[in-house]
Design a protein around this ligand. Structure first.
Ligand SMILES: [Ca+2]
Length: 116
């Protein structure tokens, strides 16, 4: 008994259409430690933290999504997102303009000033 090619193609298409698609989604948080930073005074710390928590950057996270698809069979999506510490560290680097590891009141006030 021979299988007709058209019938074989139909059976193959039916088998593929019945195959369940493997779908995965994962989110990975790239966690980093907070940088060690000193504050010249309580006022410098307060000005910095108030400005940081109010800034849009404190809620922004760098995110990278990659997706791998083999139609009908595999759909995998992976998202990598920066942790809160990464945005804190970026704010500290921008605020500590001379990079001495200490945020002075003047640096904190410059950081807290509205940016255009
Ligand atoms: Ca400094």
């Amino acid at each position: 008994m021979r299988t007709h090619p058209a019938r074989f193609a139909l059976l193959a298409a039916l088998a593929v259409s019945l195959t369940a698609c493997i779908s995965t989604k994962e989110t990975i948080y790239r966690d980093v430690e907070r940088v060690k930073i000193e504050f010249e005074s309580d006022t410098a710390a307060r000005v910095f933290y108030e400005a940081f928590t109010k800034s849009p950057e404190s809620r922004q996270r760098n995110e990278k999504t990659s997706r791998f698809i083999i139609p009908v069979i595999v759909d995998a999506q992976r998202t990598e997102r920066d942790s809160e510490n990464a945005t804190f560290n970026a704010a500290v680097r921008r605020c500590d303009t001379n990079g001495d590891g200490k945020i002075t009141e003047a640096e904190a006030r410059i950081y807290a000033a509205p940016r255009n």
